[in-house]
Design a protein around this ligand. Structure first.
Ligand SMILES: NC(=O)c1ccc[n+]([C@@H]2O[C@H](COP(=O)([O-])OP(=O)(O)OC[C@H]3O[C@@H](n4cnc5c(N)ncnc54)[C@H](OP(=O)(O)O)[C@@H]3O)[C@@H](O)[C@H]2O)c1
Length: 291
């Protein structure tokens, strides 16, 4: 019988801990954990994500400050605002909602956020710490989705050492950081992408298959791509007829997998919970609790 890895309930449990920790930080220090979010333009998906972040923060007692900015803001003006927030002791975490208008260089923006306020874990300093192995899962600012995936696998006590993990995604947000976290658990990791030949065969060899493509119906993980007894993690998000769908053909693949995540209810809520956790980690780093 397949086990469905329930990211939603684990995320709720983690949020309970975050709520208690946020309260303790407020009582024990002068810090009121605060997340500043910068939304440029009026992309409707970005609006939805930002509203979700606001609700999540409210739920756990983190202050949420939204900076809603015109799509015509210059790169310089955006950098100046980030600089202001970097210097503001009341702000613990900064998120810039992507995508950004084409005239703004995303990498420049990412690198302008103070590494100690980089709650998306994408600043070159934090990326470097991850790749040098100088991190601790509980106290480092790591990218939220890979960290959420690892937490979920850990909850189900899935052994990663010696396992072949195939990740279909090579982005800075998902595939690359996840591959490093898994290497550090002594897994053997293969990263696939749109130019990978024989992808189906590689996927079929995986003990653990992670798919994060988000291009349904052009790309889907079918049951032929999954080994009997594999662990399947679905990160992909596609909206088809207004309905959210993952990469994986869930109904068929669940007949072959030993463990599987659902979309929605799997990695999405874990990612959101990890962002909240990163805000507290950032607050604690700034308060001197962590190095
Ligand atoms: N659940 C969550 O919380 C969460 C969090 C983050 C992301 N996501 C979702 O995960 C997906 C990926 O996000 P992202 O930011 O990493 O996007 P991305 O940068 O566009 O990455 C997509 C990856 O899929 C690969 N790909 C595209 N078509 C493919 C194909 N036909 N065969 C094999 N690989 C293919 C791309 O390969 P190339 O590099 O060659 O283009 C790329 O590596 C999206 O659906 C996103 O919404 C979900």
């Amino acid at each position: 019988m397949v086990i469905i890895m329930d990211g939603k309930s684990l995320a709720e449990e983690i949020k309970g801990g975050i709520r208690a920790r946020a309260m303790a930080i407020k009582e024990e220090t002068a810090i009121k954990p605060t997340l500043a979010t910068l939304l440029v333009g009026d992309d409707s998906a970005s609006n939805t994500y930002v509203n979700g972040k606001c609700r999540d923060c409210e739920e756990v007692g983190i202050d949420f400050v939204l900076h809603q900015l015109s799509a015509s803001i210059s790169e310089r003006e955006l950098l100046d605002l980030i600089d202001e927030l970097n210097c503001d002791p009341k702000v613990n975490g900064i998120v810039v909602q992507y995508p950004l208008p084409h005239h703004i260089d995303r990498k420049k923006i990412m690198a302008s956020i103070h590494p100690q306020k980089d709650v998306d874990g994408l600043h070159p300093y934090n990326v470097g710490k991850l790749w040098l192995g100088e991190y601790d899962l509980d106290s480092a600012l790591l990218p939220c989705t890979p960290k959420g995936i690892l937490r979920l696998l850990d909850r189900y006590e899935l052994k990663l050492e010696g396992k072949l993990v195939v990740i279909i995604n090579r982005s800075d947000l998902v595939g690359k950081p996840l591959s490093k976290l898994l290497l550090d658990r002594n897994a053997t990791v293969v990263i696939c992408h749109s130019k990978t030949p024989e992808l189906d065969g590689l996927a079929r060899s995986a003990d653990v298959l992670v798919s994060a493509v988000g291009r349904r119906p052009d790309f889907a993980v079918s049951e032929e791509m999954v080994k009997e007894g594999a662990v399947v993690v679905d990160v992909g998000m596609s909206y088809i007829g207004g309905k959210l769908q993952g990469d994986v053909d869930f109904d068929r693949v669940k007949e072959k997998a030993s463990y599987i995540t659902r979309v929605p209810g799997g990695i999405g809520p874990m990612t959101r919970a990890m962002l909240l956790q990163n805000v507290l980690i950032a607050a604690e780093i700034q308060g001197g609790q962590f190095e």
